[in-house]
Design a protein around this ligand. Structure first.
Ligand SMILES: [Zn+2]
Length: 445
């Protein structure tokens, strides 16, 4: 079965097609094939500028060679995929996604209804569709940072993708995530009623380490912790965030994860919680809305990554004359300043969006324009979602780069994303693992 644009559109509208085992490998070229992908421009993920008129030779699931277009005869049995005037890039990487969230539309029950009323099977089906949406948009790898009450559901989605039952990106999963009592939803219910929580709740270093062990045992590739929870604007107009885990609790988690050669992603907005995240040894700060100069210096010193997720905070602000509205506006105002300071200081920045926090039908690539707005060059923004993201994932040279030996994960756009970064919202060609998933460009075959 070859996936046409029409069929993809039908899937997006809800008619999920469940393929038989291994069918994903049959939707394009068999994985063992020899392919040459030709394009007028190549952004390889690491070089300072693009290359013109290239052929990318692919053998099986990996890139074999990159050379000037037509400078060598087509290898025997190879198929040429000529993308014409398109710009070819490494498959994109989103380091902060939630396939088990669907935009939390307040009129449809918001966050709580998902945990209280939706069957696990319903959430899993929608997560599978979200994974497909990522791949359609050229995101061939995601780090999915917690299931929001859906337990170890991400491990199953990843397994189904890897076994070819459903299409989707490579997934690095964190499973349940960890926070403290009073540190995560659901909340606001009568104290007599026990409600489910969107994260695993721990108190004390012993419980913290045990939760990390459980999650690693059940398939977590990363550990995700919450270091801040509620936030508000105080009487002086400053953004304040409630801290959650202590340094001792976080150190137990980080020590356990690092022992397994895994890393820890820390949700942290600012203040005490962000400071504890850095002192406790977090590998990546998620969001980092309001980072002080001293904290930025500490991030540089410790090699801590920033995964900023800029665009999501522009969604649905509360009315300006409410406390929540003031909070929403403070978040946006501070975030851009922090991002600029971090960029200037040389903090390592990887692309992340929090998609799922907004609906999967919106473009994931809207984040690139925010990165550029706050000081990145278009090439820096592209590298944040390719070679830099791969470095965060300990996949340097394997993912996020078009070079010999790397996995053949590719995306292409019709125009020049270095002139208009918005081009990345219209990916016309997607290959994962040497298999064409999508090719809607006029120049393709
Ligand atoms: Zn998130």
């Amino acid at each position: 079965m070859r996936l046409t644009a029409h069929l993809l559109a039908a899937c997006v509208l809800g008619a999920l097609v469940l393929a038989p085992p291994g069918a994903a490998a049959q939707t394009g070229t068999p994985a063992a094939a020899v392919l040459v992908v030709r394009a007028a421009a190549l952004i390889d993920g690491t070089s300072a500028g693009p290359r013109r008129n290239v052929d990318v030779l692919i053998r099986g699931e990996r890139i074999a060679e990159v050379y000037a277009a037509g400078s060598r005869p087509l290898p025997a049995g190879a198929r040429l995929i000529d993308l014409g005037g398109a710009t070819l890039l490494p498959g994109l990487i989103d380091c902060h996604t939630h396939v088990f969230l669907q935009g939390e539309v307040p009129s449809a029950g918001g966050y709580d209804v998902q945990l209280l009323k939706f069957p696990a099977s319903y959430r899993a089906v929608r997560a599978a569709l979200a994974a497909r949406r990522a791949l359609e948009q050229g995101f061939t790898t995601i780090r999915d940072v917690e299931t929001e009450g859906a337990g170890y559901g991400d491990v199953g989605i990843k397994q189904a993708i890897n076994e070819g039952y459903i299409p989707g990106p490579r997934m690095f999963v964190v499973t349940r995530a960890i926070s403290s009592t009073g540190g995560y939803n659901l909340e606001g219910y009568a104290p007599e009623i026990v409600v489910p929580k969107g994260a695993q709740i721990v108190d004390g270093p012993v419980e913290a380490r045990k939760a990390a062990r459980e999650q690693l045992d059940h398939g977590a590739d990363w550990i995700k912790v919450y270091m801040t929870h509620r936030s508000w604007v105080d009487s002086s107009g400053a953004l304040v965030s409630q801290p959650t885990l202590t340094v001792e609790e976080l150190k137990a988690i980080v020590d356990e994860a690092h022992g397994w050669r895994r890393k820890v992603a820390c949700h942290a907005y600012n203040g005490v919680g962000l400071q504890r995240a850095l002192d406790g040894g977090c590998d990546s700060i998620e969001h980092g809305l309001d980072i002080t100069d001293a904290q930025i210096a500490q991030m540089v010193r410790q090699g801590t990554w920033l995964v900023p997720t800029l665009a999501v905070y522009y969604y649905d602000p509360e009315p300006a004359d409410t406390p929540e509205g003031q909070r929403d506006r403070a978040r946006v105002a501070l975030h851009g300043v922090s991002f600029r300071k971090a960029l200037r200081a040389g903090v390592k920045i990887a692309f992340g969006t929090d998609v799922g926090g907004f609906v999967w039908s919106d473009p994931i690539a809207q984040e690139f324009a925010r990165e550029v707005e706050f000081g990145m060059t278009p090439m820096q923004a592209i590298q944040s979602a390719t070679s830099k993201a791969a470095e965060l994932l300990d996949e340097r040279g394997q993912l996020g780069v078009i070079a010999p030996g790397a996995y053949a994960d590719l995306a292409a756009v019709a125009g020049d994303p270095l002139k208009d970064i918005g081009e990345l919202k219209n990916v016309s060609f997607v290959m994962k693992n040497g298999v064409v998933f999508r090719n809607t460009g006029a120049g393709g075959n």
